[in-house]
Design a binder for this molecule. Structure first.
Ligand code: CTP
Length: 141
């Protein structure tokens, strides 16, 4: 059994998020046998602590429930700091997006490598993001 773990905000759940989960599940499947994908969704208050001007549309509960509905996802948990949450779960592969590079991620990756976990950095799906969707919605008004 191979388990993948990934984290993010996942506001306005979109095609790029679904693609991330599909590819993450594929990574878990590459080892053969049963695979599992755990997704950690960042708590709204902790997002605002790091980015006070962040414009979050969905509540934490709404974001968790949207991610839970994706068929590639086996378990959803909430987190505040990426370098803390990676210590709380048992997994084989830490899946990170190409944009997930701030200090917390560097600390999380270091911990994972020291504890025998693999790290797979996946490219983003082009042309879609929460920010792009927000801009599209503004233009519709
Ligand atoms: N992601 C992706 N492809 C996209 C958008 C996001 O693979 N088009 C991945 C990110 O790399 C990250 C995860 O989805 O691993 C969560 O990203 P998040 O920041 O929640 O979504 P974004 O759409 O990037 O949000 P924003 O525009 O606010 O940065």
């Amino acid at each position: 059994m191979s388990t993948c773990f990934t984290v993010g905000v996942f506001d306005l759940f979109h095609y790029g998020h679904k693609e991330l989960f599909r590819r993450a599940k594929e990574c878990a499947n590459n080892g053969g046998g049963v695979s599992k994908l755990i997704v950690a969704v960042q708590d709204g208050n902790s997002i605002l602590k790091y980015k006070p001007n962040a414009k979050i549309i969905y509540t934490t509960k709404e974001r968790i429930e949207m991610v839970e509905q994706c068929r590639y996802v086996d378990q959803v948990v909430i987190y505040t700091d990426v370098d803390k949450i990676v210590k709380e779960f048992d997994f084989d592969i830490f899946i990170v997006g190409s944009d997930q590079i701030h200090d917390g991620f560097l600390r999380a990756e270091k911990y994972c490598l020291q504890h025998g976990r693999k790290i797979f950095r996946l490219p983003r799906t082009m042309g879609i993001s929460t920010s792009v969707l927000r801009e599209r919605l503004i233009k519709l008004e």
